[in-house]
Design a protein around this ligand. Structure first.
Ligand SMILES: NC(=O)c1ccc[n+]([C@@H]2O[C@H](COP(=O)([O-])OP(=O)(O)OC[C@H]3O[C@@H](n4cnc5c(N)ncnc54)[C@H](O)[C@@H]3O)[C@@H](O)[C@H]2O)c1
Length: 338
Protein backbone atom coordinates (compact mmCIF):
# COMPACT_ATOMS: atom_id res chain seq x y z
CA UNK A 1 0.00 0.00 0.00
CA UNK A 2 1.25 3.53 -0.80
CA UNK A 3 1.26 6.13 1.99
CA UNK A 4 -2.32 7.01 1.04
CA UNK A 5 -5.34 4.73 0.76
CA UNK A 6 -6.06 4.47 -2.98
CA UNK A 7 -9.82 4.52 -3.51
CA UNK A 8 -11.97 3.32 -6.38
CA UNK A 9 -15.57 4.55 -6.46
CA UNK A 10 -18.40 2.65 -8.19
CA UNK A 11 -21.54 4.74 -8.73
CA UNK A 12 -21.07 8.49 -9.12
CA UNK A 13 -24.63 9.59 -8.30
CA UNK A 14 -25.96 11.27 -5.18
CA UNK A 15 -24.08 9.29 -2.51
CA UNK A 16 -20.98 8.55 -4.57
CA UNK A 17 -20.57 12.32 -5.05
CA UNK A 18 -21.09 13.02 -1.35
CA UNK A 19 -18.39 10.51 -0.35
CA UNK A 20 -15.98 11.72 -3.06
CA UNK A 21 -16.30 15.31 -1.80
CA UNK A 22 -15.57 14.20 1.76
CA UNK A 23 -12.60 12.04 0.68
CA UNK A 24 -10.91 15.05 -0.92
CA UNK A 25 -10.63 16.59 2.55
CA UNK A 26 -9.02 13.50 4.12
CA UNK A 27 -5.24 13.59 4.00
CA UNK A 28 -4.73 9.83 4.06
CA UNK A 29 -6.99 9.16 1.07
CA UNK A 30 -6.54 9.46 -2.67
CA UNK A 31 -9.53 9.06 -4.97
CA UNK A 32 -7.90 7.16 -7.85
CA UNK A 33 -10.67 5.86 -10.09
CA UNK A 34 -14.36 6.54 -10.74
CA UNK A 35 -16.64 3.98 -12.40
CA UNK A 36 -20.16 4.62 -13.63
CA UNK A 37 -22.14 3.17 -16.53
CA UNK A 38 -23.07 6.79 -17.09
CA UNK A 39 -19.54 7.88 -17.99
CA UNK A 40 -20.56 11.54 -18.04
CA UNK A 41 -21.50 11.30 -14.34
CA UNK A 42 -18.06 9.86 -13.56
CA UNK A 43 -16.34 12.57 -15.63
CA UNK A 44 -18.29 15.36 -13.94
CA UNK A 45 -17.38 14.06 -10.51
CA UNK A 46 -13.73 13.62 -11.49
CA UNK A 47 -13.63 17.29 -12.47
CA UNK A 48 -14.93 18.24 -9.04
CA UNK A 49 -13.21 15.71 -6.77
CA UNK A 50 -10.18 14.62 -8.80
CA UNK A 51 -9.02 11.12 -9.69
CA UNK A 52 -6.63 9.53 -12.16
CA UNK A 53 -9.19 7.95 -14.48
CA UNK A 54 -12.88 7.29 -15.19
CA UNK A 55 -14.38 4.15 -16.65
CA UNK A 56 -17.84 2.80 -17.47
CA UNK A 57 -16.67 -0.65 -16.33
CA UNK A 58 -16.27 -1.44 -12.58
CA UNK A 59 -14.14 -4.47 -13.55
CA UNK A 60 -11.32 -2.03 -14.35
CA UNK A 61 -11.27 -1.08 -10.66
CA UNK A 62 -11.17 -4.70 -9.49
CA UNK A 63 -8.24 -5.28 -11.89
CA UNK A 64 -6.33 -2.19 -10.73
CA UNK A 65 -3.62 -3.44 -8.37
CA UNK A 66 -3.04 0.04 -6.97
CA UNK A 67 -6.60 0.28 -5.55
CA UNK A 68 -6.88 -0.64 -1.84
CA UNK A 69 -10.50 0.26 -1.16
CA UNK A 70 -13.67 0.09 -3.27
CA UNK A 71 -16.71 2.21 -2.44
CA UNK A 72 -19.98 0.70 -3.75
CA UNK A 73 -22.56 3.45 -4.19
CA UNK A 74 -24.99 1.91 -6.68
CA UNK A 75 -28.59 0.81 -6.37
CA UNK A 76 -29.15 -2.17 -4.11
CA UNK A 77 -29.33 -5.08 -6.58
CA UNK A 78 -25.68 -4.40 -7.50
CA UNK A 79 -24.31 -4.45 -3.95
CA UNK A 80 -24.02 -8.27 -3.90
CA UNK A 81 -22.13 -8.78 -7.19
CA UNK A 82 -19.83 -5.80 -6.68
CA UNK A 83 -19.07 -6.66 -3.04
CA UNK A 84 -18.23 -10.26 -4.00
CA UNK A 85 -16.03 -9.16 -6.91
CA UNK A 86 -14.25 -6.56 -4.78
CA UNK A 87 -13.58 -9.08 -2.00
CA UNK A 88 -12.34 -11.69 -4.48
CA UNK A 89 -9.99 -9.03 -5.89
CA UNK A 90 -8.64 -8.63 -2.33
CA UNK A 91 -9.92 -5.06 -1.91
CA UNK A 92 -11.31 -3.57 1.27
CA UNK A 93 -14.91 -2.46 0.80
CA UNK A 94 -17.40 0.23 1.75
CA UNK A 95 -21.00 -0.57 0.77
CA UNK A 96 -23.77 1.97 0.97
CA UNK A 97 -26.79 0.78 2.93
CA UNK A 98 -28.47 -1.65 2.83
CA UNK A 99 -25.68 -4.25 2.63
CA UNK A 100 -28.03 -6.17 0.31
CA UNK A 101 -31.76 -6.77 -0.01
CA UNK A 102 -32.05 -10.33 1.31
CA UNK A 103 -30.63 -12.26 4.25
CA UNK A 104 -29.14 -14.81 1.85
CA UNK A 105 -27.32 -12.15 -0.18
CA UNK A 106 -25.94 -10.53 2.98
CA UNK A 107 -24.75 -13.94 4.22
CA UNK A 108 -23.02 -14.54 0.89
CA UNK A 109 -21.19 -11.22 1.22
CA UNK A 110 -20.29 -11.96 4.84
CA UNK A 111 -18.82 -15.38 4.06
CA UNK A 112 -16.81 -14.09 1.08
CA UNK A 113 -15.45 -11.14 3.07
CA UNK A 114 -14.46 -13.46 5.93
CA UNK A 115 -12.93 -16.01 3.58
CA UNK A 116 -10.87 -13.34 1.78
CA UNK A 117 -9.92 -11.58 5.04
CA UNK A 118 -10.88 -8.12 3.73
CA UNK A 119 -12.56 -5.30 5.65
CA UNK A 120 -16.12 -4.20 4.93
CA UNK A 121 -17.98 -1.19 6.32
CA UNK A 122 -21.67 -0.46 5.68
CA UNK A 123 -22.95 3.10 5.17
CA UNK A 124 -24.84 3.56 8.44
CA UNK A 125 -23.33 6.99 8.94
CA UNK A 126 -25.75 7.99 11.74
CA UNK A 127 -23.40 6.15 14.12
CA UNK A 128 -20.87 8.95 13.44
CA UNK A 129 -23.32 11.81 13.94
CA UNK A 130 -22.43 13.92 17.00
CA UNK A 131 -26.16 14.05 17.79
CA UNK A 132 -26.52 10.28 17.77
CA UNK A 133 -23.31 9.87 19.77
CA UNK A 134 -24.61 12.33 22.35
CA UNK A 135 -27.84 10.37 22.59
CA UNK A 136 -26.01 7.07 23.11
CA UNK A 137 -23.58 8.55 25.68
CA UNK A 138 -26.39 10.23 27.61
CA UNK A 139 -28.52 7.11 28.09
CA UNK A 140 -26.05 4.24 27.65
CA UNK A 141 -28.32 1.48 28.99
CA UNK A 142 -31.81 2.36 27.79
CA UNK A 143 -34.81 0.44 29.05
CA UNK A 144 -37.05 1.61 26.21
CA UNK A 145 -36.24 3.18 22.83
CA UNK A 146 -38.63 4.87 20.41
CA UNK A 147 -37.38 5.30 16.83
CA UNK A 148 -39.25 6.82 13.94
CA UNK A 149 -38.26 7.52 10.34
CA UNK A 150 -41.22 8.69 8.32
CA UNK A 151 -41.28 10.50 4.98
CA UNK A 152 -43.91 12.01 2.76
CA UNK A 153 -44.96 9.45 0.14
CA UNK A 154 -42.16 8.38 -2.20
CA UNK A 155 -43.00 8.39 -5.93
CA UNK A 156 -44.07 5.12 -7.49
CA UNK A 157 -41.35 5.63 -10.08
CA UNK A 158 -38.55 6.16 -7.54
CA UNK A 159 -35.81 3.54 -8.09
CA UNK A 160 -35.85 2.85 -4.33
CA UNK A 161 -39.43 1.60 -4.73
CA UNK A 162 -38.47 -0.82 -7.47
CA UNK A 163 -38.76 -4.31 -5.92
CA UNK A 164 -35.47 -5.46 -7.50
CA UNK A 165 -33.34 -2.29 -7.52
CA UNK A 166 -34.49 -0.67 -4.30
CA UNK A 167 -36.75 -2.93 -2.22
CA UNK A 168 -39.16 -0.23 -0.97
CA UNK A 169 -39.05 2.10 1.99
CA UNK A 170 -38.58 -0.46 4.78
CA UNK A 171 -35.65 -2.38 3.28
CA UNK A 172 -34.14 0.65 1.58
CA UNK A 173 -34.32 3.34 4.23
CA UNK A 174 -35.76 1.62 7.31
CA UNK A 175 -32.49 -0.31 7.61
CA UNK A 176 -30.91 2.96 8.90
CA UNK A 177 -33.37 3.08 11.79
CA UNK A 178 -33.16 -0.65 12.51
CA UNK A 179 -29.38 -0.42 12.71
CA UNK A 180 -29.54 2.73 14.84
CA UNK A 181 -31.83 1.23 17.49
CA UNK A 182 -29.51 -1.79 17.87
CA UNK A 183 -26.50 0.51 18.19
CA UNK A 184 -28.32 2.71 20.73
CA UNK A 185 -29.50 -0.33 22.71
CA UNK A 186 -25.91 -1.63 22.82
CA UNK A 187 -27.36 -5.11 22.74
CA UNK A 188 -28.35 -7.80 20.22
CA UNK A 189 -32.00 -8.08 19.14
CA UNK A 190 -33.58 -11.40 20.11
CA UNK A 191 -37.06 -11.02 18.60
CA UNK A 192 -39.11 -8.73 16.38
CA UNK A 193 -42.83 -8.40 15.78
CA UNK A 194 -44.44 -6.01 13.29
CA UNK A 195 -47.69 -4.86 11.77
CA UNK A 196 -47.96 -2.82 8.60
CA UNK A 197 -47.63 -3.73 4.94
CA UNK A 198 -48.21 -1.89 1.69
CA UNK A 199 -50.14 1.25 2.70
CA UNK A 200 -49.05 3.84 0.15
CA UNK A 201 -48.02 2.01 -3.03
CA UNK A 202 -50.87 -0.27 -4.16
CA UNK A 203 -49.44 -0.25 -7.69
CA UNK A 204 -46.26 -1.96 -6.39
CA UNK A 205 -47.71 -4.77 -4.26
CA UNK A 206 -44.33 -6.54 -3.92
CA UNK A 207 -42.92 -3.90 -1.57
CA UNK A 208 -43.52 -3.22 2.13
CA UNK A 209 -43.68 0.53 2.69
CA UNK A 210 -44.94 0.73 6.29
CA UNK A 211 -43.88 -0.95 9.50
CA UNK A 212 -44.78 -0.48 13.15
CA UNK A 213 -42.70 -2.92 15.11
CA UNK A 214 -41.47 -4.03 18.52
CA UNK A 215 -37.95 -5.30 19.00
CA UNK A 216 -36.73 -7.04 22.14
CA UNK A 217 -33.01 -7.03 22.98
CA UNK A 218 -30.88 -9.47 24.98
CA UNK A 219 -30.36 -6.72 27.60
CA UNK A 220 -34.13 -6.61 28.22
CA UNK A 221 -34.46 -3.26 26.41
CA UNK A 222 -37.50 -2.95 24.12
CA UNK A 223 -37.68 -0.69 21.06
CA UNK A 224 -40.78 0.61 19.35
CA UNK A 225 -40.02 1.42 15.71
CA UNK A 226 -42.07 3.21 13.05
CA UNK A 227 -40.89 3.28 9.42
CA UNK A 228 -42.62 4.37 6.24
CA UNK A 229 -43.66 7.03 3.76
CA UNK A 230 -47.17 7.78 4.97
CA UNK A 231 -46.78 11.48 5.80
CA UNK A 232 -44.53 14.11 7.25
CA UNK A 233 -44.34 14.32 11.07
CA UNK A 234 -44.77 18.09 11.37
CA UNK A 235 -43.62 18.44 14.99
CA UNK A 236 -40.67 16.03 15.28
CA UNK A 237 -39.53 15.81 11.64
CA UNK A 238 -38.44 12.74 9.67
CA UNK A 239 -35.92 11.38 12.18
CA UNK A 240 -36.97 10.97 15.82
CA UNK A 241 -35.38 8.99 18.64
CA UNK A 242 -36.25 8.77 22.33
CA UNK A 243 -34.23 6.85 24.93
CA UNK A 244 -35.71 6.19 28.35
CA UNK A 245 -33.22 5.18 31.06
CA UNK A 246 -35.44 5.21 34.14
CA UNK A 247 -33.89 8.24 35.82
CA UNK A 248 -33.12 10.08 32.57
CA UNK A 249 -34.59 10.55 29.11
CA UNK A 250 -33.09 11.91 25.88
CA UNK A 251 -35.25 12.96 22.92
CA UNK A 252 -33.75 13.76 19.51
CA UNK A 253 -36.07 15.44 17.03
CA UNK A 254 -35.62 17.01 13.62
CA UNK A 255 -32.63 14.77 12.92
CA UNK A 256 -32.74 15.44 9.17
CA UNK A 257 -33.66 19.14 9.39
CA UNK A 258 -32.60 21.07 12.49
CA UNK A 259 -31.52 18.41 14.96
CA UNK A 260 -31.89 19.07 18.67
CA UNK A 261 -31.84 16.90 21.78
CA UNK A 262 -33.88 17.63 24.89
CA UNK A 263 -33.09 15.88 28.14
CA UNK A 264 -34.95 15.01 31.32
CA UNK A 265 -32.74 14.25 34.33
CA UNK A 266 -29.58 15.49 32.55
CA UNK A 267 -27.98 18.96 32.62
CA UNK A 268 -27.80 21.02 30.48
CA UNK A 269 -31.25 20.17 29.21
CA UNK A 270 -30.61 20.78 25.51
CA UNK A 271 -28.03 19.94 22.84
CA UNK A 272 -28.25 21.77 19.50
CA UNK A 273 -26.14 22.58 16.42
CA UNK A 274 -24.64 25.50 18.42
CA UNK A 275 -23.08 22.98 20.84
CA UNK A 276 -20.99 21.47 18.03
CA UNK A 277 -17.49 22.70 17.19
CA UNK A 278 -17.73 25.24 14.34
CA UNK A 279 -16.36 22.81 11.72
CA UNK A 280 -19.21 20.37 12.49
CA UNK A 281 -22.08 22.81 11.98
CA UNK A 282 -22.90 21.55 8.51
CA UNK A 283 -25.16 18.76 7.36
CA UNK A 284 -22.42 16.38 6.15
CA UNK A 285 -20.55 16.50 9.48
CA UNK A 286 -23.66 16.68 11.71
CA UNK A 287 -25.12 13.59 10.04
CA UNK A 288 -21.91 11.60 10.30
CA UNK A 289 -20.83 11.34 6.63
CA UNK A 290 -17.48 13.04 7.30
CA UNK A 291 -16.69 11.03 10.44
CA UNK A 292 -17.65 7.80 8.67
CA UNK A 293 -15.18 8.40 5.80
CA UNK A 294 -12.42 9.39 8.24
CA UNK A 295 -12.96 6.20 10.25
CA UNK A 296 -12.99 4.12 7.05
CA UNK A 297 -9.70 5.56 5.79
CA UNK A 298 -8.13 5.15 9.26
CA UNK A 299 -9.24 1.51 9.33
CA UNK A 300 -7.95 0.64 5.86
CA UNK A 301 -4.82 2.83 6.06
CA UNK A 302 -3.55 2.27 9.59
CA UNK A 303 -5.71 -0.53 10.94
CA UNK A 304 -7.37 1.75 13.52
CA UNK A 305 -10.48 -0.14 14.58
CA UNK A 306 -13.53 2.03 13.79
CA UNK A 307 -15.44 1.14 16.95
CA UNK A 308 -18.59 2.98 15.93
CA UNK A 309 -18.75 1.59 12.40
CA UNK A 310 -21.22 -0.95 11.09
CA UNK A 311 -19.23 -3.90 9.81
CA UNK A 312 -20.49 -6.74 7.66
CA UNK A 313 -22.30 -8.53 10.51
CA UNK A 314 -24.21 -5.39 11.41
CA UNK A 315 -25.18 -4.86 7.77
CA UNK A 316 -26.56 -8.40 7.77
CA UNK A 317 -28.38 -7.76 11.07
CA UNK A 318 -30.18 -4.65 9.75
CA UNK A 319 -31.39 -6.41 6.60
CA UNK A 320 -32.39 -9.41 8.73
CA UNK A 321 -34.50 -7.21 11.02
CA UNK A 322 -36.24 -5.61 8.02
CA UNK A 323 -36.84 -9.00 6.37
CA UNK A 324 -38.13 -10.51 9.63
CA UNK A 325 -40.42 -7.51 10.24
CA UNK A 326 -41.91 -8.13 6.79
CA UNK A 327 -42.21 -11.85 7.57
CA UNK A 328 -43.95 -11.04 10.89
CA UNK A 329 -46.47 -8.84 9.07
CA UNK A 330 -47.25 -11.66 6.65
CA UNK A 331 -47.36 -14.48 9.21
CA UNK A 332 -48.68 -12.49 12.22
CA UNK A 333 -46.06 -14.37 14.23
CA UNK A 334 -43.17 -12.76 16.19
CA UNK A 335 -39.83 -13.69 14.63
CA UNK A 336 -36.76 -14.84 16.52
CA UNK A 337 -33.39 -13.22 15.95
CA UNK A 338 -30.63 -13.84 14.98
N1 LIG B 1 -26.51 6.74 3.68
C1 LIG B 1 -27.40 7.60 3.22
O1 LIG B 1 -27.82 8.51 3.90
C2 LIG B 1 -27.91 7.41 1.82
C3 LIG B 1 -28.70 8.38 1.21
C4 LIG B 1 -29.11 8.16 -0.12
C5 LIG B 1 -28.73 6.99 -0.78
N2 LIG B 1 -27.97 6.07 -0.12
C6 LIG B 1 -27.57 4.81 -0.75
O2 LIG B 1 -26.53 5.08 -1.72
C7 LIG B 1 -26.63 4.12 -2.77
C8 LIG B 1 -26.75 4.86 -4.10
O3 LIG B 1 -27.90 5.67 -4.06
P1 LIG B 1 -27.92 7.08 -4.83
O4 LIG B 1 -29.06 7.83 -4.28
O5 LIG B 1 -26.56 7.68 -4.82
O6 LIG B 1 -28.28 6.58 -6.30
P2 LIG B 1 -28.06 7.39 -7.65
O7 LIG B 1 -29.08 6.90 -8.61
O8 LIG B 1 -27.97 8.86 -7.41
O9 LIG B 1 -26.61 6.90 -8.14
C9 LIG B 1 -26.34 5.59 -8.55
C10 LIG B 1 -25.26 5.64 -9.61
O10 LIG B 1 -24.87 4.30 -9.94
C11 LIG B 1 -24.64 4.25 -11.35
N3 LIG B 1 -24.71 2.87 -11.83
C12 LIG B 1 -25.81 2.14 -12.17
N4 LIG B 1 -25.45 0.92 -12.61
C13 LIG B 1 -24.09 0.87 -12.53
C14 LIG B 1 -23.13 -0.13 -12.86
N5 LIG B 1 -23.49 -1.34 -13.33
N6 LIG B 1 -21.82 0.16 -12.67
C15 LIG B 1 -21.43 1.38 -12.21
N7 LIG B 1 -22.31 2.38 -11.90
C16 LIG B 1 -23.62 2.11 -12.05
C17 LIG B 1 -25.74 5.14 -11.92
O11 LIG B 1 -25.44 5.54 -13.25
C18 LIG B 1 -25.73 6.29 -10.92
O12 LIG B 1 -24.85 7.33 -11.30
C19 LIG B 1 -27.82 3.22 -2.43
O13 LIG B 1 -27.37 2.11 -1.72
C20 LIG B 1 -28.67 4.11 -1.52
O14 LIG B 1 -29.53 3.41 -0.65
C21 LIG B 1 -27.56 6.27 1.14
Amino acid sequence: MSDKVEVGLIGCGLMGSQHARNLVEIEGANLRALADVNLDAAKRLKQEAGGKYCTPNPQDLFNDEKIDLILICTHHHLHLPFAIQAAEADKDIFVEKPLALTIKECEQIESTVKHMGVKLMVGFQARFSPFMKKLKQSVPNPLVIVGQMVDPRWGDDSWANDPIEGGGNVLSQGCHLLDAVCWLAGSEPISIYAEGGNFTHPKIPEITDSVVSTIRFASGCVASVIIGDFGSPALVGKGFYELFGGDKTATLSGYYNIPQIKFWGIEPQTFTMNDLPIGFRNSSAAHGYVGQMEALIGWVGSGTDPTDAAKVGEGLRATKLAAKAIEAIKSQVPQKMP
